[in-house]
Ligand binder design. Structure first.
Ligand SMILES: Cc1cc2nc3c(=O)[nH]c(=O)nc-3n(C[C@H](O)[C@H](O)[C@H](O)COP(=O)(O)OP(=O)(O)OC[C@H]3O[C@@H](n4cnc5c(N)ncnc54)[C@H](O)[C@@H]3O)c2cc1C
Length: 448
C-alpha cells in the first residue's frame, strides 16, 4: 500500500449506521472509505427518532453535540428529565398511570435533521457514491480484494466490506451464502438458508407528522403538544412526541397481531400516503385525546415491521454487517438506530486499531461479532417484551380492567416498573466497557 494507506473500506448503505461508521472511520487517515448508497440521494423518510443517553455519548465523542443542541433543546446530560407519560387509553375515559423520568431523558430528533448533521460531519476524504445498489460480493482469499457488484452493472473493490444496507440487506444475503458454503452439516445449511428473509413481526406502524398548530386548534390543552406520551390499549398503542423545536408532533400508531408473528406480510412493507380509514378502526372507543390525534393525521406512512433472524455470525472473513442488516428489531425500545450506532462506532474503533492490518482484519471483525451480536440480541428480546406490555399481551397484564380499579392501577404501576428495568441499560450503560472488551479480545488474538 502507498501513502500510508492501510486498507480500503467500502460501506454499502448510507443510513444511520453507514453514515456513523464513515464518520467514525474518518478519524483514521490511513483508512480509505467509500460509501455506496442505493438511493439517488441520501434520504430519511420524514419522522422522528429517539436517541437514548448511551448512544448520545457516542455522538458527543464524534463531535455532533453542538449541532444536536442547535436543532433541539436537548436535555442536560444526567439531569432527571420526563421522557414518556403512559396512559391507559382503550376506554372512553383514559387515565395516566405513570410518568417515566430518566437521567438525561431522550433526544427526540427529526430524522432529516439528524441525517443532515451526520452528512455535514463526514470528512471530505470519504467518497460517497449514490445510485449504487449492492447486489452481491465475491471474496477471494486475502490479500486479493473483495469485488462488489452493483445493480447498474458496475463493480468496485475493497479490502473490507461493511454491509449497512438495512433490513433487506444484500450484503447479509451474500454473507449467509458464504456461511452456508462453509457449513458442513446439511441441517446447518438449511437453517442458514431460512435466515436470509426477514420475518414479519405481526406489527404495523402508521407514521405521520402532525403540525402542532393543527393539534392546538383541535384541542389547545392536548397533552401531546408538550408531553411525549404513549397511549396504551389492547393490541395497539400510539406514541407521540414533539420534534423540530415543538413545531411538529411525531405520531406513530402501532397495531400488533402477536398471533401473526413469523407469517408473510401480505403487501408492500412500506406504503406512503396511506389512508387513515385503514387504521383508525383499531382505536374505536379509545379516549378523546386519541380521537383528536387521529383526526389530525394525514396521509400516514404504513410500515410493516420486519425483523432479522438471529444469525450465528455477523462476519465472514473481511465482510461484516451492522445495524438493521445485522439485527433489525422491533421498535418498542426505540433502539434500532442506537444499536446501529453502537455497531458502527465499535467496529470503527477496531478497524482503526494500530494492530489492524490487511492480515489481521478478520480478527478485528471477529471481536466485533463476539461483543455486538449478543448485545443486539438482548436488546431485540427486550424490545419484544416491551411490545407485549404496551399492548397488554403478557399473561400477567391481560384484561386488567376485570380486576377492579384499585388492582388495575396497582398492576399498571408494576408493569411500569418493568419498563424502567428493561430500559435502564440505555441511560445507565456506556459503550466504553464493550469497546475495551472487544479491543482486548482482538489484541489477544493478534498476539497468538
Ligand atoms: C416505526 C419505527 C420507529 C423507530 N424509532 C426508533 C427510535 O426512536 N430510535 C431508534 O434508535 N430506532 C428507531 N427505529 C429503528 C431505526 O429506524 C432503524 O433501526 C435504523 O434506521 C437502522 O439503521 P441502518 O443504517 O442499519 O439501516 P437503514 O436506516 O435502513 O439504512 C439502510 C441504507 O441502505 C440503503 N440500501 C438498502 N439496500 C442497499 C443496497 N443493496 N446497496 C446499497 N445501499 C442500500 C438504503 O437506501 C438506506 O439508505 C424505528 C423504526 C421504526 C420502523
Amino acid at each position: 500500500m502507498t501513502g500510508g494507506k492501510k486498507f480500503d473500506v467500502a460501506i454499502c448503505g448510507g443510513g444511520v449506521g453507514g453514515l456513523i461508521c464513515a464518520l467514525a472511520l474518518s478519524k483514521y487517515p490511513d483508512i480509505h472509505v467509500d460509501i455506496y448508497e442505493a438511493a439517488r440521494t441520501f434520504t430519511e423518510l420524514g419522522a422522528g427518532i429517539g436517541i437514548w443517553p448511551r448512544t448520545r455519548k457516542i455522538m458527543k465523542t464524534l463531535g455532533l453535540e453542538e449541532d444536536i443542541q442547535r436543532v433541539l433543546n436537548a436535555p442536560r446530560e444526567g439531569e432527571p428529565t420526563p421522557v414518556f407519560t403512559y396512559r391507559k387509553s382503550d376506554q372512553s375515559e383514559g387515565f395516566e398511570f405513570f410518568q417515566m423520568v430518566t437521567p438525561g431523558g431522550l433526544l427526540m430528533l427529526h430524522r432529516a435533521d439528524f441525517q443532515q448533521i451526520l452528512l455535514k460531519h463526514i470528512s471530505q476524504v470519504v467518497k460517497t457514491h449514490t445510485s449504487k445498489r449492492l447486489c452481491s460480493y465475491s471474496q477471494p482469499s486475502s490479500p486479493s480484494p473483495i469485488t462488489l457488484s452493483f445493480e447498474d452493472g458496475s463493480t468496485a473493490t475493497c479490502n473490507v466490506l461493511i454491509g449497512a444496507d438495512g433490513i433487506r440487506s444484500s450484503a447479509r444475503a451474500s454473507l449467509i451464502r458464504d456461511l452456508s458454503a462453509r457449513a458442513t452439516a446439511t441441517n446447518d445449511k438449511v437453517a442458514l438458508g431460512r435466515m436470509v428473509e426477514p420475518t414479519w413481526s405481526g406489527c404495523i406502524a402508521w407514521r405521520s407528522l402532525i403540525p402542532v398548530e393543527k393539534l392546538r386548534a383541535a384541542d389547545p390543552t392536548h397533552h401531546a403538544i408538550t408531553q411525549p406520551t404513549q397511549y396504551l390499549g389492547k393490541d395497539a398503542y400510539i406514541l407521540v412526541y414533539p420534534i423540530s423545536q415543538g413545531r411538529m408532533i411525531n405520531f406513530v400508531a402501532f397495531q400488533v397481531r402477536h398471533d401473526l408473528e413469523g407469517t408473510v406480510f401480505p403487501g408492500h412493507w412500506v406504503t406512503p400516503n396511506g389512508s387513515k380509514e385503514d387504521f383508525v378502526g383499531a382505536y374505536k372507543g379509545w379516549e378523546p385525546e386519541v380521537q383528536t390525534l387521529l383526526k389530525c393525521v394525514e396521509k400516514p406512512l404504513r410500515w410493516a415491521i420486519h425483523t432479522a433472524k438471529h444469525l450465528p455470525s455477523l462476519v465472514s472473513g473481511r465482510v461484516v454487517i451492522i445495524g438493521d442488516a445485522a439485527h433489525a428489531m422491533t421498535p418498542h425500545q426505540g433502539s434500532g438506530a442506537g444499536q446501529a450506532i453502537e455497531d458502527a462506532y465499535l467496529l470503527a474503533t477496531l478497524l482503526g486499531h494500530p494492530s489492524t492490518t490487511l492480515q489481521t482484519i478478520p480478527l478485528a471483525l471477529s471481536a466485533y461479532d463476539a461483543v455486538r451480536r449478543p448485545e443486539a440480541r438482548r436488546v431485540a428480546e427486550i424490545s419484544i417484551e416491551n411490545g407485549k406490555m404496551f399492548t397488554f399481551h403478557l399473561d400477567e397484564y391481560q384484561h386488567l380492567e376485570r380486576l377492579g380499579p384499585e388492582v388495575e392501577k396497582e398492576k399498571l404501576r408494576e408493569m411500569a416498573g418493568r419498563f424502567i428495568k428493561n430500559w435502564q441499560w440505555s441511560w445507565m450503560g456506556e459503550i466504553g466497557g464493550d469497546i475495551e472488551r472487544a479491543v482486548r479480545m482482538f489484541e489477544v488474538a493478534v498476539r497468538r
